[in-house]
Design a protein around this ligand. Structure first.
Ligand code: MLT
Ligand code: MN
Ligand code: ZN
Length: 301
């Protein structure tokens, strides 16, 4: 399995258009050491020719441009054969509108996520004669690409921000927030860019994996409040923090996973910069993702 981290930032990107936090300021300065990062998406392939996109970010046009593996190989062509979305948030679905130029691909979603796309007429821009919407049941393996099996599973989350209403249930397990299991050639990988809590069930599932790409939105739960950039905690946004007694660093460190990489990292997160928080994450055996990162899992032979 080959992975390309297309976009490592959470919704808004790094820098975010209206943000003047330390990270966003540095990301606007060439040579500062902090490179801009696009929004949440990865690509996966087994044969290097056919690719699946996991989450269609608003930055997908730039992401395709930046990764030659995804360029057309003939007059009208795309190596992108499949697209899956892990929730209905704007950072994960808005890129579908970019993929509208009468190019065939399969769009794989749970029924609940398909309803969000179906209910919004702007997505009719994806011509059904070319884009096949495939509803996928949880915990049922399906063929995402030739030679690549995927399974969608529930992770604690919430409905998209734009559908929240007054009192959204946080941490609900259903079809609104999912993780993706990928298996090929004896290797097992997980992509979980949004997760409100690491339940025992989820820990059992991912234990023993060869690769985990996991929600690194905030380092501390109150990071946005403390930095003055927002009113919400990470938990209220449906994201467990990295740090703390019930953070992802401690919970995931108890598992046996070959490579653990944080993705979907908010622009306020101090792990973007060299410093104690990044050191803590790296000392615990985690990697901080970045746009353009490539990961290859060699086949078990
Ligand atoms: C999130 O991951 O919490 C969302 O991307 C928030 C948003 O849509 O701005
Ligand atoms: Mn997001
Ligand atoms: Zn910022």
């Amino acid at each position: 399995m080959h992975f390309l981290v297309l976009g490592t930032s959470a919704g808004g990107g790094l820098p975010q258009w209206n943000c003047g936090c330390d990270n966003c300021r540095l990301a606007r300065i060439p040579g500062s050491g902090l490179l801009p990062q696009t929004q949440s998406s990865i690509a996966v392939s087994v044969d290097g020719e056919n690719w699946a996109i996991l989450n269609a970010s608003p930055d997908i046009r730039q992401q395709i441009g930046d990764n030659s593996q995804l360029h057309p190989k003939s007059l009208r062509h795309s190596p992108i054969r499949s697209v899956v979305v892990t929730n209905g948030d704007i950072d994960h679905i808005a890129g579908l509108l970019v993929l509208r130029e009468k190019q065939a691909f399969g769009l794989f979603m749970t029924e609940a996520l398909a309803a969000i796309i179906d209910d919004n007429p702007i997505f009719q821009a994806l011509d059904p004669n070319f884009v096949e919407r495939r509803t996928i049941a949880l915990n049922a393996p399906f063929q995402l690409l030739p030679g690549l099996t995927a399974e969608l599973f529930s992770v604690p989350g919430k409905v998209p921000l734009f559908l929240e209403g007054a009192n959204p249930e946080i941490g609900v397990e259903g079809e609104q927030t999912i993780g993706i299991e990928l298996t090929a050639n004896g290797q097992r990988a997980y992509y979980i860019p949004g997760c409100a809590a690491l339940t025992d069930k989820l820990a059992d599932r991912i234990d023993g994996a060869d690769l985990l790409l996991f929600d690194g939105t905030l380092f501390t739960d109150d990071e946005m409040l403390i930095s003055g950039t927002g009113q919400k905690t990470g938990r209220r946004m449906g994201h467990m923090p990295i740090d703390g007694a019930d953070g992802s660093l401690e919970a995931l460190s108890a598992l046996t996973i070959e490579r653990k990489i944080y993705v979907h990292i908010n622009n306020t997160n101090p792990i973007w910069r060299h410093g104690p928080e990044r050191d803590t994450v790296r000392a615990a055996g985690f990697e901080v993702g970045h746009d353009g990162m490539e990961i290859t899992l060699a086949s078990d032979t």
